[in-house]
Write a protein that binds this ligand. Structure first.
Ligand code: C5P
Length: 233
């Protein structure tokens, strides 16, 4: 895989026109993967995927499905009809839900979300889950793998353990990635692009460091340089 292909840019923008402008700015740098999330999709629906597709990009539809197996199966089928490259569901929905999703994934890669990075041991305990976050993440990653999913979303801190538990034929998608020069925002467990890939990530998801930069092109170029194992400008 080319280093730039490891980058998924999160299109967490308010307006569809701004999202399309960002796609048009970044595609000439070789960026092809864009994440469409809840905000953009709730407001604009399938048009949010269309703006990426009509400019030649690929969509990671990040709607984190979690419902009864039949409903999730139908939602994954609907995502397949949009022609997206990748979509996801909550592994906490259970193996029957994941398998049903997989059965209806006609095209997209299907990825599991384990424990949201906003949750720590205390928040899990509140839900009656007594395992520490790290153990619960690994437990759900194994369940996702056994259920046949193509991979998992995980922080760089968890990536190495998941890689050794689930093997090489299992995608690890890592958000919370910050180029050496950027701010961390509200992400707690951050890693640089190079650290995330060294820990076992196949793809990194980056939003605000690019979207909020004075010069998004410069930030993308520095991320790609880091992914190529080069330092500095
Ligand atoms: O702006 P930032 O780079 O933090 O964006 C990261 C993206 O990845 C956001 O769209 C966020 O919703 C998503 N994400 C995350 N942590 C997860 C799952 C998804 O940050 N565990």
């Amino acid at each position: 895989m080319k280093p730039v292909d490891r980058l998924i840019v999160a299109l967490d923008l308010e307006l569809l026109d701004d999202a399309e402008a960002m796609v048009k700015r970044l595609m000439p740098l070789g960026v092809t993967h864009f994440k469409v999330g809840l905000n953009l999709f709730t407001l604009y629906g399938p048009s949010a995927a269309d703006v990426v597709h009509r400019n030649g990009g690929k969509v990671f539809l990040d709607l984190k499905f979690h419902d009864i197996p039949n409903t999730v199966g139908n939602a994954v089928e609907a995502a397949s009809r949009l022609g997206v490259w990748m979509t996801n569901l909550h592994a906490q929905g259970g193996s029957a839900m994941m398998r049903k999703g997989l059965l209806f994934a006609k095209g997209p890669l299907l990825i599991g979300v384990t424990v949201l990075t906003s949750m720590a041991d205390k928040e899990l305990a509140e839900l009656g889950i007594v395992k520490p976050v790290k153990e619960q993440v690994l437990y759900l990653a194994r369940l996702a793998k056994e259920s046949g999913l193509n991979g998992i979303v995980a922080s760089a801190q968890e990536a190495a353990a998941i890689r050794s538990a689930c093997g090489n034929d299992f995608l690890i998608i890592t958000p919370g990635v910050r180029p050496s020069s950027s701010e961390k925002n509200d992400q707690q467990r951050t890693a640089t692009p190079a650290e995330a890939v060294a820990a076992g990530a196949d793809y990194i998801v980056v939003g605000r460091p690019i979207l909020e930069a004075k010069d998004p092109i410069e930030v993308v170029q520095s991320i790609v340089r880091e992914l190529e194992g080069k330092r500095g400008p």
